[in-house]
Design a binder for this molecule. Structure first.
Ligand SMILES: Cc1cc2nc3c(=O)[nH]c(=O)nc-3n(C[C@H](O)[C@H](O)[C@H](O)COP(=O)(O)O)c2cc1C
Length: 187
């Protein structure tokens, strides 16, 4: 019988801000990923990577992050909206790898205090991800007014997010399987 390798899908918590609400969003997506058969997940916190700030790109590659991206079939980026864009540290971390990302699926969860669910950070990230060789899916998760979505302890207050994350992950997993097939079988 054929043994099917689990998909490996890291979740990148894209901010180093102390007390960030994006942590709750990342943990919820992790929980939903871990509940899926045939999926392994890992939470990667950019705050813990400690990348140097006196250089950029692959010159400052973190071996652990590089290995996770190499092994990944897909990536979830949890991105808070800061002044209508992405946190600078998230871009710094993403820039540290390149070939590791090629033909891997990526989905974005935008997080904002305002009503637009991080749609502006999502739009600003899309061209960056494309340039890195990642393949973006056409579904996002939008945590708008995130302060009303989670309690201070991270408890989910709006159960509709379970359904939204489910739809997002269905699409991400479909793309991850399709691209794995392509990477391994299509010449
Ligand atoms: C530097 C900075 C800029 C921000 N800019 C925006 C913004 O443009 N739009 C918005 O809705 N919220 C903005 N916020 C609020 C965040 O979206 C809010 O803190 C939310 O919880 C997500 O960020 P967090 O994960 O750091 O908590 C900003 C927060 C910071 C720290």
């Amino acid at each position: 019988m054929e043994v099917i390798r689990p998909l490996f899908i890291p979740v990148l918590l894209g901010t180093a801000r102390k007390g960030c609400q994006s942590r709750h969003a990342a943990q919820l997506i992790m929980q939903e990923l871990q509940g899926r058969a045939g999926v392994e997940a890992e939470l990667i916190e950019i705050a813990k990577m400690g990348l140097p700030s006196d250089d950029s790109g692959e010159a400052i590659k973190d071996q652990g992050f590089s290995a996770s991206m190499e092994r990944a079939d897909a990536l979830v980026i949890v991105a808070p909206e800061y002044n209508h864009g992405y946190p600078g540290l998230l871009k710094h971390v993403l820039d540290s790898c390149l070939k590791e990302y090629i033909h891997k699926a990526v989905g974005i969860a935008g997080v904002s205090a305002g009503p637009f669910g991080g749609s502006r950070v999502i739009e600003s990230l899309l061209p960056v991800l494309r340039e890195l060789g990642l393949v973006t899916i056409f579904w996002d998760v939008n945590f708008s007014s995130v302060q009303n979505v989670f309690a201070a302890d991270g408890k989910l207050l709006d159960e509709s997010f379970i359904r939204r994350i489910d739809k997002f992950l269905n699409e991400l997993i479909w793309m991850a399987k399709t691209l794995r097939y392509g990477r391994e079988q299509v010449r």
